[in-house]
Design a binder for this molecule. Structure first.
Ligand SMILES: [Zn+2]
Ligand SMILES: [Zn+2]
Length: 654
């Protein structure tokens, strides 16, 4: 089994020893950035017709010109302003936005202050002018389950809105006729604009499509659905906005545009071909996802059209668990011959009552150890109460421990604010004896990257506790934000290789009562499928590896959230995962809130070897006299050829 994949923190620490992280302030001009994958150079222009120009900044900005006035479609980081003045455009009359993401709109403040009217999709109005309500709502921070879409690339500070556009709205601006088309998919409220000017039909489609057959990212498509009376949460909806996106692409095609201008990506001169290729590829990607999805076991009604498909892995039968186990909620509990108990996970106070009941009845005599499979709230919410009720060591792998002992430092799906105590942090492969059982701890980057597995040998069986990573139907990778990496030796490929090596007689999922196993053929089938997917998903995103499109937190702040007092210094790391097969340079700076003075920190750069994490350290001062509150600190990133304004953020609570 390949073990190139060492632990993240270890890689990080090892890496930090050899690099002067944070020591170099890095200033560069545009030449250092290479070329953006647009038709023009970064900062360049494409003139589509007399009155319609596209500015290629970090995103493409549409410029409709009428004498010295302009209407902009999106404004990106605002760098388009320089080009406008060079071209003799003295005022921006209006900006109309395709969607609310920060990379589309973070430059809006200066234009709005200068008098530009701001038009936004009606469905996303609150994402422009009421952003504090989003950032201050704990529902958008903890136990994220039903509200993962649209993802949180939300403006840090509100911008005034003058007009909110409904689908079908038409307007005339200068020489142009503009029609609003609702095109949900990338976000719930995304719109496109059909601009008719100089006898040409151009659709500005936001991030609905990136280029022929490609999307900017995959994780933004995480979305729930409704099947009859059953509501499927966003959490369970991998590629869930595919039906909306496909319908939106169809609507765009129906307008018969000559040209398609995406926010990110190349201008497309053959819109039907670009769109058809994307729709076909998404269908194949989804089919390959379904073929081994654990979700087929939980929600067969979602996949009726795939049932019995030849190249899909059949769902196997379960088998009864051995007598040494008890199951309640998401907790499996190992009971020794002398009636000692070793529970795993504690998602609810009811688990504590249940264990107390077994003690009262004499079915068990003591609880003398406790294991945590992964950080999700339905597995850890009641750990603090459990630790008050039972005096025993809490044991888990360090990837899990790093999250559950300090949840405020993370932003992940289903994250619990409950802070657990971990008494023993296990190394990958570490074994110990517990009564008649031999226990071995493993790092298990399955359902999440922050996940462990426990092999229990004894009483003639080899039981493998894999948290939520598998059901009899295959692998649990239905929430992209959980960070399942594709590639040999990482993610589920790593996990299934471990199953092949350990050959458990019983596999246990926390939510599933029967035990199961996978045959060697099934293991091979799943690993082949994953290898195939690595290729397919790499094809539909512009990045040089699929994981950039799947793994939203490939750029993340650590700590994500921290407390600070007015007048104090804040230290913060930006952790960047290099998913590429080559070293990459990441350059970051923090964008400070207007009440902090509105400046940026200096750029700091780090060289990141292939397939490892690198870290950039930033620090800034919270001015004295700043009002108490939650402040959003966006991070600008330049990564290889990519210019990514406000690509992630940290939270500072004053
Ligand atoms: Zn976007
Ligand atoms: Zn879980």
């Amino acid at each position: 089994m390949s073990s190139e994949r060492t632990g993240l923190a270890e890689t990080r620490r090892r890496f930090l020893k050899t690099t002067a992280v944070g020591a170099v302030g890095f200033a560069f001009g545009q030449n250092a950035l290479g070329q953006l994958p647009t038709e023009g150079k970064l900062g360049g222009l494409t003139k589509l017709s007399e009155h319609l120009i596209v500015y290629h900044g970090p995103i493409n900005v549409g410029i409709v010109r009428d004498g010295q006035k302009a209407l902009l479609i999106d404004c990106g980081d605002g760098s388009v302003a320089d080009v406008l003045s060079e071209r003799g455009i003295t005022s921006v009359d209006q900006i109309i936005f395709t969607h609310h993401h920060r990379d589309q709109a973070c430059g809006a403040y200066t234009f709005a202050a200068g008098g530009a009217r701001i038009g936004v999709p009606a469905a996303e109005r609150d994402c422009f002018d009421k952003v504090a309500a989003y950032w201050n709502n704990p529902r958008n921070r903890w136990r994220l389950y039903n509200n993962l879409h649209p993802h949180h690339l939300m403006l840090a500070e509100p911008v005034r809105v003058d007009t909110a556009f409904e689908d079908g709205h038409e307007m005339t601006w200068g020489p142009a006729k503009i029609r609003v088309l609702a095109t949900p998919g990338h976000t719930d409220g995304s719109v496109s604009y059909l601009v008719e000017v100089d006898g040409k039909r151009t659709v500005f489609c936001g991030d609905t499509i990136y280029d022929e057959g490609q999307v900017w990212d995959i994780h933004s498509m995480q979305k729930g659905s409704q099947r009859g009376k059953r509501r499927i949460s966003d959490y369970h909806g991998f590629l869930g906005s595919r039906p909306q996106l496909t319908a939106s692409l169809g609507r765009i095609k129906d307008t018969r545009p000559d040209v398609l201008v995406p926010s990110h990506g190349r201008i497309m001169a053959d819109p039907p071909k670009a769109i058809d290729t994307l729709v076909a590829r998404l269908d194949v990607c989804y089919d390959r996802y379904v073929a081994i999805s654990a979700l087929r076991y939980y929600y067969p009604e979602l996949f009726t059209e795939y049932a019995g498909k030849k190249d899909h892995m059949p769902i196997r039968e379960g088998k009864p668990p051995p007598d040494c186990l008890r199951h309640f909620g998401t907790t499996w509990m190992l009971v020794s011959k002398d009636k000692a108990a070793f529970p795993m996970d504690c998602g609810s106070p009811k688990v504590i009552e249940w264990i107390q009941g077994l003690l009262d009845k004499g079915e068990i005599t003591k609880v003398d150890g406790f294991w945590v499979t992964h950080y999700h709230c339905d597995h850890v919410d009641a750990i603090p109460e459990f630790q008050k009720a039972f005096d025993c060591p809490c044991i888990t792998d360090r990837h899990v421990a790093e999250v559950i002992t300090n949840p405020m430092a993370w932003r992940l799906p289903c994250l619990s604010p409950s802070k657990a105590r971990v008494d023993r942090v296990t190394k990958d492969g570490e074994s110990w004896q517990w009564h008649e059982f031999r226990l071995t701890a493993y790092f298990y980057p399955g359902q999440t990257l922050y996940h462990a597995a426990l092999l229990v040998e004894g009483q003639g069986v080899r039981m493998f506790f894999v948290g939520d990573s598998h059901t009899m139907a295959g692998i649990d990778d239905y929430c992209a934000m959980n960070r399942h990496w594709l590639g040999r030796g990482v993610g589920f490929d790593y996990c299934i290789a471990l199953i092949e090596k350990l050959k458990p007689s019983h596999i246990f999922n926390c939510h599933v009562a029967p035990a199961f196993t996978f045959t060697p053929e099934e293991c091979r089938f799943m690993r082949t499928n994953l290898a195939e997917r690595e290729k397919l998903f790499s094809e539909i995103v512009p990045w040089d590896h699929a994981n950039y499109g799947m793994d939203e937190p490939w750029v993340r702040c650590f700590p994500y959230e921290q407390n600070a007092t007015a007048g104090s210094k804040v230290d913060l790391s930006v952790v960047v995962t290099n998913h590429s097969a080559k070293p990459r340079t990441a350059v970051c700076r923090a964008v400070l809130p207007r009440t902090f003075g509105g400046k940026t920190t200096n750029w700091v750069s780090v060289e990141i070897p292939a397939k490892t994490e690198g870290e950039v350290r930033l620090s800034f001062q919270v001015p004295a006299g700043v009002k108490p509150g939650r402040y959003v600190i966006p991070i600008d990133l330049r990564y290889g050829k990519w210019v990514l304004p406000q690509f992630t953020e940290a939270i500072v609570v004053v």
